[in-house]
Each structure stands twice: as C-alpha cells, then as structure tokens.
Design a protein around this ligand. Structure first.
Ligand code: ADP
Ligand code: ZN
Length: 733
C-alpha cells in the first residue's frame, strides 16, 4: 500500500511530454514547483544541451528515477492542444505506423506562433500637444494628426497608408514633438465571415442537400459524400453548411487540392460571406503562417481554407470539414508521414464530433464504397446549375485519323480548334507533360539521356534551354556531343510535351493567342490569379496545360477541350490508373461549356476501345464505376481489401537488395494476408537511392498495422537502409 502511494505521489509531479521528433513517444519531465500544467499545454523542455517545445501528453510512466528527471522550463502562452486533437495525432501515428512525434511536428510547424505576437512599432499623439506657435503643420502632417485623433496608438504601417505619408514624415513629426512612438499590440482577431448575407437562390436539389447538411451541423459526427457533376453547385451547397457552422459559433475547415489556384474560390467566398477566410498553404510568408496558425488555434479564424496540411491545424471549435475534389491525388502526402488527408479528415471529424463533407464530380471508389457500407450519407446534385449539358466526349482513334509523323494533333482536333476560335470562343489542350519532349535520344547510337540519380529520362525544357529530371530536379544543358558515340548535334526529341504542342499550334493557327500553363509557368497564387483573369477577360484564345488546369475553374468562354493523349495514365501497372484517368478526363472535359454555350471534348487515343474511354464517351458513369468495382473486388484490392507498401531504400544496391530479401523472409505467416515481393520498384533508383518494394495485401478484417509493427520490430534494421511504410499506397512508382 505504502509503496503504491509513493509511486502515485512520484508520478503526480511529473508528466509525459511529446516532442515533435521522429523517435519514441515522448519523455517524462518534472513539473517545477509553482507551475501548473495540464494535458495539451505547449511547454519548453530541456533536451540534451538544448531546449525544445513539446506538448504535455498525459501521465508519466514513472520509470525514470527522480534524480535523472529534468524539469519543464516554461509554459507557452498558447491555447492548449485539445483532447480530440491529441487523440487525432495518436490515431494518425498508429494508422500510418509512424512515431507520434512526427505527426505532432506537422501540427506545430511554426513554433514561434506559440507565443503571443510581440507589439509592433506605432505612434500616438504627443501629450501635451505643442502650442500653435510650435512646429509647422504641413498638409501631410495634418493628415497624420487627423488619423491619430481619437486613437490610442496606430501601427506605423497602417498610419503611413492611412495618411499617405512616408516613414520620414512620421520620424520628423516625432522629432518635432508632434507625435510619440508607442508600441501597438498585434491584432489577434480575424475578420468574421457573415453567414446571413443574402445568398443565391438555390435549386430544389441544392436546397435538399443544404437542408440535410444544415441539420447535421452541430449534431455530432456525420459524413457525407456530396456527389454532383462539375458545375452543379457543390460549392454553393457547402457554403451554406459553412454558414450554419458560423451561426452555431463553430469553425469550419475547407481542404482544396491546388491551393495555388484558388483565387476564384476566394473571391466567391468573399462574395458570399463578405470577407475572406484564413488561408493556409505553402506559399505563405513565415509571418503570415504565424498569424494564421494562432488565429486557427485560438478560434479567432472561423473559417480556414487550405491545402492538405491545413488538416493538422488546431481548431478548438471545429464543427465542419469540407474536402473539395475529394478524389484528388494531392491529398495523399507521400513524404514524411505518409497519410491521406481525405481519410484523415473523416477520422478527425469523428474525434471532434464534427461533420465531414467530401465533394466531387468523380468520387473516389473508396468514398463510393463507404456510401454503400452506410458509413457516409450521399447527397446528389444531378444537374449542372446552368442546365448546360456536360460536354459530349468524342473519341478520336489515332490509328485511323492520327496526324502525320512528327505532329501530335489530328486534323479533326485542329479543325475543331479553328472553328472554336473563329466563333470567338476558347479552347484548351490538355497534356500532362511538362517541357518540350519527354525523351531525348542520340540519332546515331540510340543513347537515351537519363538522370544520373534516378532511373528516369531527362526531359527537355526548351524555353529554359535545359534538360531536367522531373523526379529529383537535376538539370544540365543539352550536350552538343553524344557522350556515348561522340556524334555531334545528334540528339533528337521524342514525343510531345506542352512546349512542343505550343510550337505545333503556332504553325497551324498562327493568329491564336496561346498560353502555356504548367507548374513551370504558373508559380504561386498571384500567377494563378493572373492566368484566370487573362482567360476570363478573353486575352487568351488557346490554353495548353497540364493537370494544373484540370481543377475547379470556371471559364465561361471555354467550349472545347482536346485531350492530346488520353492513354497516358493507363500505361503504368497502377491499381488506380483507370479510375484516375476517368476522373481526370471528366474534370478536364468538365471545363468546357460551363455557361450557356455547349461544350465539346475530343480525346485522342491509340486504344479507344479501352473500357474507361468507352465509358467516358458514353457518359456512362455508373457503368464505369460498376466495372471498376467488380475488378477490385475480384482481386481483393482497395477498397475491398487492405494494401500496404514497404519500400526499402539505400545508397548501396547490394545492401538494399539483401535487406529487402531478409525482410521478405522474416514476414510472419498470417491468415488472410499475403506478402508480395520484394521486387525492384519501378523507379528502382531515385535521388541516388536504390529502392525495393514489398506489398502487403490483406483482407479487410486483418489489422494490417499490428502485423507490420510486429514484423518490423522483429527484423533488425541494417545501417544505411531506410524502411518506409505506406498504408493505402497510391503511388506505385
Ligand atoms: P461545383 O462546385 O459543383 O463545380 P459551383 O458551385 O462552382 O459547382 O457552381 C457552378 C456555377 O454555377 C458557379 O458559377 C455558381 O455560382 C453557379 N451556381 C450554382 N448554383 C447556383 C444557383 N442556385 N443560382 C445561381 N448560380 C448558381
Ligand atoms: Zn533524377
């Protein structure tokens, strides 16, 4: 008894602190006298010779003797991480078979946000005010004095803008004793979106969906698939769910795939709610991230919109999570903690007792299956709001009507482009290949120019005058002489990239104003906004672009979409290749004719008989889904079975092969589970690392994570070898 008491006492003044590091599950620390800490508090703790910040995670385990225990150094003045968010961190870690600290690191990416922002420099009126015979009051000075009248103090930047004066004017006035320096607390608030501004008149289908969602918000956990063709008003519908969350004082989080291209989305939000939401994406400055992280964590930001990583933001009053374009691949994070933000958004909603809305015109098979299992409700918007029919998709058989050698656009497509432009409308050519040509080879010896660090070809970027590896970023100029056979000027480009298409179009339609849009030419939100403006204003006739164009834009005058190579995604041996191609083709085709003008889509293919392309041409969505589901079920593939990839990599080819083989031999036997491989990964060399892959395939009843943890813990990991677990893999390269 007595000893148990002693342990209880000893544990009471210590806590476990989780640190944002990829090892272990936290350390015990002593709570110093006079400090009160609670679970979720952000604290500074000693770690070796340094200090670092972690989160009080819970009870200490008491194994460390008192004299070895270090004390918490300080507590940050930040809102604590709520219990639901802490469970979320543990949940992701367990599901992805990673350390909880790695997940925590994603939750606190701007540690300086944990402290209240320092005051910024500002000015107030001098006290006492100099007499009338004092310093001269110029019009500029008058404006400054007017701006300060009745205010405690105004930040210098805002004062300059308000009065339209330079910093020198302010400094001069301070020197003359007219105004005095005064620090201004940085504003922690965020403009509140107004839910009750007049919205648009919804259609009957939209109203029904809004009613269901509105009733669900605030009523605990619920998940919905919002399933409607492009342009059916899904955005309008979930805006109303956000309005309801706002009325209830709860926060909303909207995840979008390509944050770089959300200028239009932001404008619509602002139109509906009177102010912009808090954005979260990789293009923010450090100061912006700091402010927005804190606004989310304090609850000041009522609506946050962001890319995948926004899912990790602490939001104490979270009531609604929307995942727009939920089928999009960019929600899968492929490095660091490998997780799928759509799936984890639903997990977060369950833990926060919030509503999850997954919106798409081409839902992922995973989501379709979850509707069938009764886990998600389904809200359907069957029609385009404008009543405009979805563009008819025509297949163009390259075997029969393909262009002559060295050209990539068939006559029928070129003809359609010419007609479209002649009618004052716009066209889009879609090809998911950046650069000029995907392959460059030597005409005299056949050498293909490859990346020295990856098992991949170098891609010619003619505008930049370089060859580039799209996997590791390695670049070099095009060699004049073949390193293999010594021939001069012998390299020829093979196959088309978007730059090469632009060249072809310039020859065929010399008057067309062409814009090439890829991640090379459209960098960041400002460039994206400019692109959208140019297209809407009609400054562009023809867009040529990659997947960067395939997402949620609304270009009213765009009436023709040409898919240059509809077979492209179907080549690899990837389980989602058909699904992805179907989604992409639908999205791209959905760009056309969104307003009153009917659209047209032409898909060039060498194999137009493929079921995916047939289903698209026939507009047979249900037929496609049924066929794809049947195939997955037959082979026990996700979402009807579980899959995990184990990738073994390292710099020494032999060591990697041996480690992968040893891992394969050590795999414990288990019913309902199969380990396939190891085999060299398709990208057998990436960034100088050799890669072998094992696949674990299991029935849905098997706890895959437990199995993998057991397996990996009994196999010693040789030095120099990295083992990565990818649960529900999407990337098979
Ligand atoms: P989705 O998100 O399904 O692609 P959007 O919500 O973007 O569809 O709607 C497509 C277009 O139709 C937008 O310009 C939108 O403002 C408009 N729209 C949708 N519903 C209505 C409505 N009920 N009244 C007026 N315009 C609407
Ligand atoms: Zn490379």
């Amino acid at each position: 008894m007595a000893s148990a008491d002693r342990i209880a006492n000893r544990v009471a003044d210590r806590v476990r602190v989780l640190l944002p590091m990829p090892v272990g599950s936290g350390y015990d620390y002593r709570i110093p006298a006079g400090m009160a800490v609670a679970p979720g508090d952000f604290v500074r703790v000693p770690l070796g010779p340094r200090q670092t910040t972690g989160v009080v995670w819970g009870q200490a385990d008491g194994a460390v003797p008192d004299d070895r225990l270090k004390a918490i150094a300080a507590r940050h003045d930040a809102p604590p991480l709520g219990a639901a968010h802490r469970r979320f961190v543990d949940w992701i870690a367990a599901y992805t078979v990673t350390a909880p600290g790695s997940v925590l690191r994603m939750v606190m990416p701007v540690p300086e946000a944990l402290d209240p922002p320092a005051a910024e420099p500002g000015y107030r009126l001098a006290d006492p005010v100099p007499s009338a015979s004092g310093p001269r009051i110029t019009p500029q000075r008058r404006r400054v004095l007017d701006a300060l009248a009745g205010e405690d103090a105004v930040a210098a930047g805002r004062l300059r803008a308000q009065a339209g004066v330079s910093a020198a004017v302010l400094a001069g006035m301070a020197k003359a004793g007219l105004i005095a320096a005064a620090p201004v607390a940085v504003r922690a608030d965020w403009p509140a979106p107004e839910p009750d501004r007049p919205g648009i008149r919804l259609s009957a289908d939209q109203r029904a969906a809004v009613q269901t969602l509105g009733a669900a918000v605030g009523g605990g956990y619920a998940a919905f698939l919002l399933d409607g063709v492009t342009g059916s008003g899904k955005t309008e519908v979930y805006f109303e769910a956000i309005a309801e969350a706002l009325r209830q004082g709860r926060q909303s989080l909207v995840l979008l795939p390509e944050i770089a291209l959300t200028a239009q989305w932001l404008a619509r939000f602002e139109q509906r709610f009177g102010t912009a939401p808090a954005p979260w994406h990789s293009d923010l400055t450090r100061a912006q991230r700091r402010r927005i992280w804190r606004a989310a964590a304090t609850g000041a930001a009522r609506v946050v919109v962001g890319a995948r990583s926004a899912l990790m933001l602490p939001m104490p009053a979270l009531g609604l999570i929307v995942v727009d374009e939920e089928h999009d691949q960019s929600f899968k994070q492929e490095d660091g903690v490998i997780y799928h933000a759509r799936d984890m958004a639903v997990v977060r909603a369950t833990l926060e007792k919030a509503v999850a809305v997954l919106a798409s015109a081409t839902p992922a098979l995973e989501s379709v299956a979850n509707v069938e299992r009764g886990r998600y409700g389904r809200l359907v918007l069957p029609e385009r709001h404008s009543g405009a029919p979805l563009p008819a998709a025509e297949l163009l058989d390259l075997r029969q009507e393909g262009p002559p050698r060295g050209r990539w656009l068939a006559d029928r497509l070129v003809q359609a482009m010419a007609e479209t432009l002649a009618a004052g409308e716009q066209a889009l050519l879609y090809l998911n290949r950046r650069g000029y040509a995907p392959l460059t080879l030597c005409r005299s010896c056949g050498l293909r120019l490859e990346c020295p660090h990856c098992a991949a070809w170098l891609v010619e970027h003619r505008l930049a005058g370089r060859l580039e590896c799209h996997h590791c970023g390695y670049t070099r100029p095009l060699p004049r002489q073949c390193p293999e056979c010594g021939a001069e000027d012998s390299f020829v480009p093979c196959g088309p990239g978007v730059e090469r298409l632009a060249e072809e179009v310039a020859g065929l339609l010399p008057d067309a104003r062409v814009l090439v849009a890829t991640s090379d030419t459209v960098r960041g939100p400002a460039a994206a906004a400019a692109l959208v403006r140019d297209v809407r204003d009609g400054a562009v006739d023809l867009l040529i672009g990659t997947q960067i164009l395939a997402k949620g834009h609304h270009f009213p005058k765009l009436t023709l979409v040409g898919v240059v190579d509809a077979d492209l995604g179907l080549a690899g041996g990837d389980l989602r290749a058909a699904e992805r191609t179907w989604q992409m083709l639908n999205q791209v085709a959905g760009r056309a004719g969104r307003a009153e003008r009917p659209g047209r889509a032409i898909l060039q293919s060498w194999r137009p008989d493929q079921p995916v392309l047939q289903a698209i041409a026939a507009g047979d969505r249900d037929g496609f889904i049924a066929a794809e589901k049947a195939a997955r079920e037959r082979y026990g593939m996700p979402p009807y079975g579980r899959l995990a990839a184990i990738v073994v990599s390292g710099r020494q080819a032999g060591a990697v092969r041996q480690a992968a083989a040893a891992l394969g031999r050590d795999a414990p036997a288990q019913d309902g589970l199969q380990v396939l491989g190891p085999t060299p990964a398709p990208l057998a060399l990436l960034r100088g690392h050799f890669r072998h892959r094992l696949l674990v395939k299991a029935a849905r009843s098997v706890n895959l994570q437990d199995y993998i943890r057991r397996w990996l813990s009994r196999t010693p990991q040789p030095g120099g070898i990295r083992i990565r677990v990818d649960i529900d893999p999407y990337n098979f390269s």
